[in-house]
Ligand binder design. Structure first.
Ligand code: SIN
Length: 303
């Protein structure tokens, strides 16, 4: 039987497949489709200090092989996530989950991180410095090495759990941002978040999305994600969670050969709610086809 287990810092996963934040709610919503315990872990909906209602509608534009979203970090706030959402997840998922944290100030990030640090249901913190859909926060921290490092340091100071910085692809030099996070003490890097894009409604002669622009994700972005995972793997010595357009077991293997230790599946969950279990079930046969006995042996294997 091929070995699919991988380790993200101190968090061991039975397999590398994780539903990506923002495409899987707080996890329990998908329990009606399948037993969630087949998953490596779950990256929870992006959480902020205060509740957020998100951006005005419409927030979604469909594209060839993908979609644009401008959700705007809708979530009930960190206290409600811990008190109301995590108990529902705990009832159906018995592995450590990944908390995904967004903020509008460095203090916001640290505030949420400290609360999740104290929660045994959380095994890893994914710090989103890459949301393209809100002003004065999110992506602005992830576009400069200095501000990404400052968030990293503030979060590391309040938690003993592994801290992974989720980076934006909307930069010219992803390696320098990843390196700044690693030098500031990050335990890992998650990438890529969505690519800034837009669609125009021909009849209205106006942007489809109320917020005009949004983040493009889906199968079409896999080559961009692979390129950036490759570049970050060359720049840092900490584990990478690769994501962007992953839709098959072969995509998981490709992402790991580029340098990922684990892989998140995002937009594909919205097309096919069984995407993750289908990928996990297909992994052993794909590994056998490509002569892989132990999945972790191939991490960065294409370099
Ligand atoms: C959103 O809620 O706008 C998406 C989150 C993200 O892209 O980081």
């Amino acid at each position: 039987m091929p070995n699919t287990s991988v380790t993200l810092s101190t968090l061991r996963l039975d397999n590398p497949v994780i539903p990506a934040s923002g495409t899987f709610g707080f996890g329990y919503e998908f329990a009606e489709f399948y037993d969630l315990n087949i998953l490596g872990s779950i990256s929870l909906k992006g959480t902020t200090k205060e509740p957020r209602y998100g951006n005005p509608l419409p927030r979604i534009a469909e594209c060839t092989d993908g979609l644009i979203n401008s959700v705007g970090l809708q979530n009930p706030g960190v206290h409600a996530v811990i008190d109301e959402e995590l108990p529902k997840l705990e009832a159906v998922f018995h592995k450590p989950a990944i908390a995904n944290i967004s903020g509008f100030s460095i203090e916001d990030y640290a505030y949420c991180a400290e609360l999740f640090d104290a929660d045994p249901r959380i095994g890893l913190l994914e710090i989103n410095v890459s949301c393209p859909n809100v002003h004065n926060g999110g992506m602005s921290f992830g576009t400069q090495p200095e501000s990404a490092a400052a968030v990293t340091k503030a979060v590391k100071a309040v938690t003993k759990k592994p801290v992974f910085l989720k980076l934006t692809p909307n930069v010219t030099d992803i390696a320098s941002v990843a390196k700044a996070c690693a030098d500031a003490g990050a335990d890992g890097i998650s990438l890529i978040n969505t690519l800034l894009g837009m669609r125009i409604d021909l009849k209205r002669r106006a942007p489809v999305i109320a917020n005009k622009m949004g983040g493009f994700s889906g199968r079409a972005i896999l080559p961009v994600a692979l390129r950036m995972v490759w570049q970050v793997y060359e720049a840092v010595d900490i584990p990478i969670i690769g994501m962007g357009g992953v839709a098959s077991a072969e995509d998981v293997i490709e992402m790991m050969l580029a340098g990922a230790t684990a892989v998140q599946v995002g937009a594909e969950n919205l097309v096919n709610p069984w995407a993750c279990p289908q990928i996990i079930e297909a992994l052993p046969a794909a590994m056998e086809k490509y002569g892989i006995e132990n999945l972790k042996d191939i991490i960065g294997g294409a370099h």
